[in-house]
Design a binder for this molecule. Structure first.
Ligand code: NFS
Length: 655
């Protein structure tokens, strides 16, 4: 193996499947990443293709300081500066990312409304408590009304959030008061979700907004419309509809696939169909049908953020994260890969063609040439799920080319919604974040970090996630994780309570052991980063750690990011007061001025800023230094002396 090959991943199952791929001459994203280098001009945000006079390329000079004359000459045909071009490109990423999360949210609202109207007979309200809480938050009358009636009003209010033209998004009120005031003062409170995305697309059109600060103001507004709008709506309604997650034990990695069963991989983002598949695939009738085709039953496994959704709520095992999607098929054991929207590589169809695997698209918004399409309809959810499962079962006898499933898999404890953390820490009758805040104040826990986001084939798979997270927990930083980052952590054995003893600093280990939680808490899919916003707000509200998210000893990171959604998420974290470090690559380096605006000036406005650091150990240092600065500002930097637990404290923690 060449040096470069060994650097492809730190995950043994991935390496095993890559070896099979190369033995069989099958191309994957890993091969393509080696063959095709990224365009350096596009990568730094210096290519403007927003009109047909271009694309105009305005790359920054490499390896030397730019003179004033050179800087002046670095403009597009219309005169757009490198600053404007970088800001436009960056903001268009935010627009696309916010649109993706929000359109996911919209589809969930639709499903929720159809359920409330009694038209989706296969779905119901699973979390009544959350429904009632939402009703209170949104000013929906409860009285003696049925869940359906209440749900219908909530659905209509949520639907209105997308098309609202004026005022403020309802969930903005979930943020700390001080944060809301900062947003109001800066004029970035989102009015309606769709409006902010559309306005951002307009303002970045040729010849409109040409002041990067002003472009960015709308960028922030659209990002906030994602985090405190579309994504938060998605999470809240999914919890009502499918249940709020609570701790659940499962397994992760390609080793969860079964040679003797029909394997169905559910891949993508929206949990509605996956929920139905989880139900149907375990039914006796389906198992009998699978037996009639020579299999022992149906094994459902997840991939990407759909995987996180059904893991969190049902303990459905996870086959892998983003960069493992093609590799799952290369096991030769996957009868069907069922996809909906987002993070689905077109290369899947090519790989599926080398085996018997059926690639099945299910959403009218996302079709793939060559794939089979079985449209999912919420009103006929069960029927659709059965049709898909039967298609997979019928495909079982067609296996060819040999089955090779890696052994590697790890146990994972997931299901840490905000509500669950609240109960675990505070106990059912006095749910609160008090013990967390107290342990931060007394220094056992140094701070909290959100480590989230994608895999990126330009950087060794899972490596930066795992290294960064290990560095943080070793330094007593509790990690909250979602998305592909959470899966990387789980595969590395960091999401079980026993990991506390092995990988954490003494203080964090003590707290994790007392409460019985892993040091890295799985909070769900990427839309569930809204749970991290809510958790951060709960910490502020519980007191003792300042009046705003920006005062918390907390930081965020996406060390292997690649999607536009990640930029939207990062921007709403920063605008919410969280210092956020990205790895892999940074898309605005073509303009020093604009980059400094993000990396330095934002701090004055939002109390938080962006940073870029591809080395995960250095990134962890930046986060820890930030956490220590916040501790100092709060006057709790002296409190990090070690205290041993006595029984009374232990009982208090265990609630
Ligand atoms: Ni989110 Fe990245 Fe995709 Fe999920 Fe994974 S790649 S931005 S983590 S699956 S959305």
């Amino acid at each position: 193996m060449s040096e470069e090959r060994r650097q492809r991943s730190v995950d043994p199952a991935t390496l095993e499947m890559l070896a099979r791929a190369s033995a069989e001459g099958i191309n994957t994203v890993f091969d393509r990443a080696e063959k095709m280098k990224p365009c350096p001009i596009g990568a730094e945000g210096s290519c403007c293709k927003n009109c047909a006079m271009g694309p105009c390329r305005v790359p920054a000079p490499r390896g030397k300081e730019e003179t004033t004359e050179e800087k002046k000459a670095r403009v597009g045909l219309c005169g757009a500066t490198a600053e404007t071009i970088a800001a436009r490109n960056f903001c268009r990423m935010i627009a696309a990312g916010s649109a993706a999360h929000s359109d996911h949210g919209r589809r969930i609202v639709e499903a929720f409304r159809i359920m409330a109207e009694g038209k989706a007979k296969d779905f119901t309200v699973r979390d009544e408590q959350k429904l009632l809480k939402l009703a209170l938050d949104m000013g929906v009358e409860i009285g003696s009304r049925s869940n359906q009636e209440i749900a219908l009003d909530i659905a209509h209010r949520c639907e209105a959030e997308f098309g609202k033209q004026e005022g403020e998004l309802l969930f903005i009120k979930n943020a700390p008061l001080k944060r809301q005031e900062i947003w109001r003062k800066l004029g970035v409170v989102p009015r309606g979700i769709d409006r902010e995305v559309v306005e951002l697309m307009h303002r970045t059109h040729m010849g409109v907004d040409q002041d990067y600060r002003n472009i960015m103001r709308q960028g922030v507004r659209a990002a906030l419309a994602d985090g405190w709008g579309g994504s938060m709506i998605a999470t809240e309604l999914q919890d009502c509809l499918f249940g709020t997650p609570s701790p659940v034990l499962s397994e992760i990695n390609l080793g969860v696939l079964r040679e003797d069963m029909v394997n169905i991989i559910i891949h993508g983002h929206e949990p509605t169909l996956a929920e139905m598949l989880a139900e149907v695939s375990a039914e006796e009738e389906i198992t009998a049908y699978a037996r009639s085709k020579g299999a022992k039953g149906v094994n459902l496994a997840g991939m990407c953020c759909t995987a996180n959704e059904v893991l969190m709520r049902h303990g459905v095992p996870i086959a892998g994260n983003f960069l493992q999607q093609e590799l799952a098929i290369i096991t030769g054991a996957v009868e069907a890969m069922v996809v909906d929207v987002q993070c689905i590589m077109q290369g899947l169809q090519e790989v599926a063609g080398c085996f018997h695997t059926r690639l099945i698209t299910t959403d009218s918004r996302a079709k793939i040439t060559g794939a089979m399409h079985i449209p999912f309809d919420e009103q006929k959810a069960r029927e659709c799920a059965i049709a898909i499962v039967k298609t997979a079962i019928d495909n079982f006898p067609n296996r060819r080319g040999g089955v090779h499933i890696p052994q590697a898999k790890q146990p994972v404890v997931a299901g840490f919604s905000h509500e669950t953390i609240n109960y675990l820490l505070g106990g059912l009758f006095r749910a609160s974040y008090r013990p967390l805040n107290d342990n931060i104040i007394n220094g056992r826990i140094r701070g909290v970090a959100g480590v989230v986001g994608c895999n990126n084939a330009r950087t060794p798979h899972d490596s930066a996630h795992v290294t960064l997270i290990k560095e943080l927990i070793k330094n007593d930083v509790l990690v909250l994780s979602t998305g592909c980052g959470a899966m990387a952590a789980a595969k590395a054995g960091l999401m079980v309570p026993e990991a506390a003893k092995e990988f954490c600093g003494g203080g964090l280990a003590e707290v994790c052991e007392a409460v019985g939680i892993p040091p890295v808490l799985h909070m769900g899919a990427c839309v569930d980063n809204s749970r991290i916003l809510i958790a951060a707000t709960a910490m502020v509200k519980d007191g003792g750690l300042g009046d705003d998210i920006s005062e918390l000893p907390a930081a965020g990171a996406a060390p292997e990011w690649m999607s536009e959604k990640a930029i939207a998420i990062g921007q709403y974290f920063v605008a919410s007061g969280v210092f956020t470090v990205f790895g892999a690559t940074w898309p605005t380096l073509g303009s020093r001025e604009f980059t400094e605006y993000l990396f330095r000036d934002m701090e004055e406005m939002y109390g938080a800023r962006w940073a870029f650091e591809p080395d995960p150990v250095k990134a962890a240092r930046l986060m820890i230094e930030h956490i220590d600065r916040r501790r100092k500002a709060l006057g709790i930097d002296k409190a990090r002396e070690r205290i041993l637990y006595d029984m009374a404290m232990r009982r208090q923690l265990e609630g």
